[in-house]
Write a new protein. Structure first.
Length: 255
């Protein structure tokens, strides 16, 4: 446990020093601040505009952090040859990979917390005020980012950082359009295309399960029990993806 903690903390320290991380957080906070200025477009809808843009910013920039930092977690170690010193230590490859994942998740959670605080700071100047119900949407966004991070780590175990970023971004886009894929599969006349679309629908994560932005924007009550299914789905997908990543990483030859 101490070994996992040491690697996770070291990963956190490395990622928070990454310049791209600060740039992404800066632009996210800037976008949230601009959303307050946009309230003048419709004074009656100012809180809705701010919540919509803020939650979208948290999700979008969180995904960017997960992709652009996550894909380099393993690749950097291999490229710098530091992986040989690590695997020579009394720690298994799966433990090393899981610790790296936990370190990046910690980084993402810290940055999401900063962006969420920025959103509430802006909302204090509106009629919405300190609406704690928005934390449910933020919670599912965090689960979505955990899934995307696990996918980024999975691709990084067997390919370059550039290809990992492309593949992860593609999975994120397709996963965000899962419902559209299913509708298209039902309407298409090609059996081959239908099978392909269904394979993508069931094989890739349905990220729409973690999207509560519409409910948050329109102040629709969301029962706590309705969060159980997406939380369980996200946890299952993360565990399966990490398990497959560990298997590939364990069998990989670094020579």
């Amino acid at each position: 446990m101490q070994k996992l903690k040491a690697i996770a903390v070291n990963t956190f320290r490395e990622t928070v020093r990454d310049k791209i991380l600060y740039n992404l957080v800066f632009f996210a906070l800037l976008l949230i601040a601009l959303s307050y200025l946009l309230r003048t477009l419709d004074i009656l809808q100012e809180a809705k505009i701010i919540v919509d843009i803020s939650l979208a910013s948290i999700s979008l920039f969180g995904v960017f952090i997960a992709i652009f930092v996550g894909v380099g977690l393993v690749y950097k170690e291999i490229n710098r040859r530091t992986i040989f010193a690590i695997v020579a230590k009394p720690i298994s490859r799966p433990q090393f990979l899981v610790a790296k994942y936990l370190g990046l998740i910690l980084t993402i959670l810290v940055n999401v917390s900063v962006m969420t605080a920025g959103m509430y700071l802006v909302l204090l100047f509106t009629e919405r005020g300190l609406d704690l119900s928005l934390l449910k949407a933020v919670l599912l966004t965090c689960v979505e980012l955990m899934v995307v991070t696990a996918i980024a780590l999975f691709f990084s175990t067997f390919t370059t950082s550039t290809l990992s970023a492309i593949f992860t971004l593609a999975v994120f886009i397709i996963g965000s359009l899962s419902q559209e894929l299913r509708l298209l599969a039902e309407k298409t006349g090609s059996e081959a295309l239908r099978l392909l679309l269904e394979l993508l629908y069931y094989g890739l994560p349905n990220l729409g399960n973690f999207n509560l932005r519409a409910e948050a924007v329109h102040h629709v009550p969301v029962p706590v029990q309705s969060l159980v299914a997406p939380l369980a789905y996200g946890a299952t997908y993360v565990l399966l993806t990490l398990g497959l990543s560990c298997l590939i990483f364990w069998r990989r030859d670094f020579k």
